[in-house]
Ligand binder design. Structure first.
Ligand code: FES
Length: 243
């Protein structure tokens, strides 16, 4: 087929289409590459680096690296698992992620990734940053303590909702998510039906009055690790495409 590209991931032959990223082609082949800032339906962002793979021996972010004929991709190796675990640990210590009482617990991709990668107590000291919560909106709240700066809400607002509700302000350790209005979220055109509020992988952008609605044991990652949908092929079937 024209445009078809053949390469390998961990020794398995994978066929993809020209223009696909390694992450997309892998998902089509039911191969899970851990990722956080990437989300199906959104433009790739390439910030979290959790999707790092080795391409012909060199580290690349699978969500933004296009496939090419004959490349040799390493994904599920002990070295890459350790690196991803360390990235997740850094995200945990950099923010304030108190899983036991977080509304997103059990449905949180960061937490689920920590479990999948076998994270135990972080080896780095906790920052315990002081960050504020924007609860000004009647139906939504923005808890910056839990934000991992993945920009999924920023992209979903622009690309799916046709709005421009969220953006980043500040630099370095001061960088944080903000609502595009002087008086916070309430001053924007954010709505509870926006795709942006579905896009947050953690408990940062949440709907009010729905926390803890799903009992423990029935939450998304209570029984199946993150990535199971891709490994079983169900994500591909639902989407009719890649990730
Ligand atoms: Fe690729 Fe975040 S998923 S850099």
């Amino acid at each position: 087929m024209s445009g078809e590209i053949t390469f390998t991931i961990d020794g398995t032959e994978v066929r993809g289409q020209a223009g696909q990223s390694i992450l997309q082609a892998a998902a089509m082949a039911s191969i899970y590459i851990p990722h956080l800032c990437a989300k199906r339906g959104l433009t790739a962002w390439g910030s979290c680096r959790v999707c790092t793979v080795l391409v012909n021996g060199r580290p690349q972010a699978a969500c933004i690296q296009p496939i090419a004929e004959g490349i040799v991709v390493e994904n599920d190796t002990e070295g890459l698992r350790a690196m991803r675990r360390e990235l997740i640990e850094m995200l945990f210590v950099e923010g304030n992620h108190f899983c036991p009482f977080c509304e997103k617990s059990g449905n949180c991709e960061l937490q689920a990734m920590g479990y999948r990668l076998g994270m135990l107590a972080p080896q780095y000291p906790y920052f315990f940053p002081v960050r504020d919560v924007d609860a000004s909106h009647p139906d939504l709240f923005l808890d910056r303590n839990r934000c991992i700066l993945c920009a999924r809400c920023v992209r979903a607002s622009q690309e799916l909702d046709g709005k421009n509700v969220y953006g980043f302000v500040g630099r370095g350790a001061d960088k944080h998510i903000a609502a595009n209005a002087a008086n916070g979220l309430v001053g924007t055109d954010a709505a509870v039906t926006d795709m942006a509020s579905e896009a947050c992988p953690v408990g940062s952008l949440m709907k009010k009055r729905v926390g803890y609605a799903i009992p423990i044991g029935q939450r998304m990652y209570d029984t199946k690790p993150i990535g199971t949908d891709i490994e079983s092929g169900s994500a591909r079937a639902q989407a009719g495409g890649g990730r």
